[in-house]
Write a protein that binds this ligand. Structure first.
Ligand code: 13P
Ligand code: SF4
Length: 378
């Protein structure tokens, strides 16, 4: 269970009417007041004005590492989505860190509690537990490693911790799968079927070895016993609604219009797109590829719009296109704006924190087991 501490003097509307210049000044004032005790983390999909006020930015893996290694910091404001703030809470407040600080907890604040992730919501803990039980009727679950994408609730990470499993991000999924296959014959991968499939295909597995488990189909997730017995990776039927908008015809259109263009996508895109792309990787990887490219390089990039637009602005020496003709933006990441950031920061500075994400101790303990396994995988 996750609790949030609501401010009884919740007074959000006045912030909405303030313009960005005023909000920026007020946010800067809190940053100056709290100094290095405050760490504002920003995921690459955040709006430019939020990124400009973040102390550190990164992909999901980098942000987890930052939360895990923080030393001076006493307060974290996470400009990202709910599962990221939960992960930061678990890592920043793990037992050894609490002991170093004499028991002092670091509050992790998510400026808008409605900033969730629709993919993470596609796998509930009851559904995963039911799937595990059903799988146990057909195959030996001691021979399955559960792997959860970091884009999932803490309860799923805890499930992995309890069952010899692990967390992965889009930047380490292949290494994590190797870790899993060194231990068991099979993997149950949730919630993103596309990351699981694209990664496993690159490692030499075939689609026949990857049945899809539909949590809404009570009959073995829509699979035959044979398909499950023959499986290597059982993929959960979940997806990212943003990345699923990229289509193979978009790749074809760019290639015919701009010969030589490089197609660079996030592995949450469907297989048909991922297979056609020149390169695929996490948001951090996408940024590194563009930074390292020769001036004049042409790109069609398939990931969230705010990141692609920022890359365009930061790299005028290259020609960067957004891979889809329709706007693909993460509506929940977009909920974090300067008004919410200012509101949550001023409350933090006033000693009346709002929107604190605190994972309950038992869930945190088992999630940490799965997260630490991931952080140790090279
Ligand atoms: P990254 O780990 O690549 O930052 O991706 C997070 C995410 O939510 C992508 O949709
Ligand atoms: Fe979730 Fe997709 Fe948004 Fe990433 S882009 S946070 S996976 S909904």
């Amino acid at each position: 269970m996750v609790t949030s501490i609501e401010n009884p003097t919740y007074d959000f509307p006045p912030y909405k009417s303030l313009d960005n210049g005023v909000l920026t000044e007020r946010i800067q004032a809190v940053r100056a007041q709290l100094g290095p005790e405050l760490m504002i983390l920003g995921h690459h999909y955040q709006q430019d004005e939020v990124i400009a006020l973040s102390d550190l930015r990164g992909d999901s893996y980098q942000l987890s590492q930052m939360a895990a290694s923080s030393t001076d910091c006493r307060q974290i404001v996470f400009c990202g989505v709910h599962f990221m703030a939960e992960t930061a809470d678990i890592l920043a407040n793990r037992p050894e860190k609490l002991a170093e600080r004499g028991g002092e907890r670091i509050p992790v604040v998510l400026p808008d509690l409605a900033a969730g992730c629709s993919m993470a919501d596609m796998a509930g803990i009851e559904q995963v537990e039911a799937a595990w039980d059903d799988l146990g009727d057909v195959i030996d679950t001691d021979d399955i490693t559960p792997v959860t994408y970091i884009n999932s609730a803490a309860s799923l990470k805890a499930f992995c911790g309890r069952h010899g499993g692990i967390v992965c991000t889009s930047s380490n999924a292949a290494a994590v799968l190797e870790w899993a296959f060194a231990r068991t014959k099979r993997v149950l991968f949730f919630p993103d079927q596309h990351l699981g499939r694209n990664t496993s295909l690159k490692m030499g597995m075939t689609n026949e070895q990857m049945p899809v488990w539909d949590p809404h189909d009570e009959d073995l997730g829509g699979n035959t016993e044979q398909a499950l017995t023959d499986s290597k990776v059982i993929l959960w039927k979940g997806h990212c609604s943003v990345h699923q908008m990229f289509r193979p015809e978009h790749v074809d259109q760019f290639r015919s219009k701009f010969p030589g263009i490089k197609v660079l996508v996030h592995p949450e895109c469907p297989q048909e797109v991922n297979d056609l792309a020149d390169l695929s990787g996490s948001t951090g990887y996408i940024i590194k590829e563009v930074q390292a490219a020769e001036p004049g390089t042409k790109w069609a990039i398939g990931t969230e719009l705010h990141l692609v637009n920022r890359l365009k602005a930061e790299h005028p020496e290259q020609e960067i296109h957004f891979l889809s003709p329709v706007v693909c933006m993460c509506a929940t990441m977009y909920r974090i704006n300067l008004a919410h950031l200012c509101w949550s920061l001023e409350n933090l500075a006033a000693g009346t924190p709002v929107n604190v994400i605190e994972v309950d101790p038992e869930t945190a303990e088992w999630s940490l087991v799965a997260l630490e396994r991931m952080l140790q995988v090279k």
